[in-house]
Design a protein around this ligand. Sequence first.
Ligand code: MF3
Ligand code: CO
Ligand code: CO
Length: 256
Amino acid sequence: MAPARIIHTPEEISRIRRAAAVTAQVRDALAQLAHPGMTTFELDMLAGDLIKRTGGKSAFKGYYGYPGNICISMNDTVVHGIGSPDQLITENDIVSIDVGVSIDGAIGDTAATLSFKEPDADVKRLLQGTEESLMCGIAAARGGAFVRDISAAVEKCARKHRLAIVREYVGHGCGIKLHEPPQIPNFTGGGKGARLDPGMVICIEPMLNLGTDAVKLDRNDNWTVRTRDGKWSAHFEHMILITENEPEILTWQKTM
Ligand code: MF3
Ligand code: CO
Ligand code: CO
């Protein structure tokens, strides 16, 4: 049986395009406003305000009981970190913000990892290597290609930068629901996966580590995912529309 996938209608795509643009605006506004000296809880509240101003709502809050407006993952946290009044952001930290907005029955999902000063060589390699791996994955997502082509491109780029690939979490179809088929792994080995055809909308989101690929789930909150070795991790995510040729990046930079 061919792997499941969703081809969105033109009417859905116009709503999805708008939701993705709004989500990118919130991501970029937060990237401008985030600063050392604030807590991750304050950043989450700010995200809540910005999302409200768009007329949409958080696509994450309440999703399987997730408590935050956005996911805020610092340093050795890989994904799904929850803003906390006890967690102060300092200029030495790196902070992944993952934003999801639900508006007019459509959803946007995008992430970026921020730094506040010139990072040391390894952290720079982590941030640049992860973002570049995302862009390599996007370049491979041409109409008629397969999910495996994206996975292979991300994997090759991650390897080039000597970064470990998290295997427990993957990219995904998106658009009307937050997580739709197919899954988009950042590594190969699972077959060629779904064929990419115009009208598919997918999130590509490499999660790459400086040390081992192994991660662990926080036993207290059941959400926060950290590296096992405590070394740092980065996460970048774009939502793209598959076309006949190169994909359209729906969460490209916008100014709010
Ligand atoms: N934004 C995540 C993703 O990229 C999903 C977050 S689900 C939540 O797929 F419940 F943690 F918010
Ligand atoms: Co996301
Ligand atoms: Co996602």
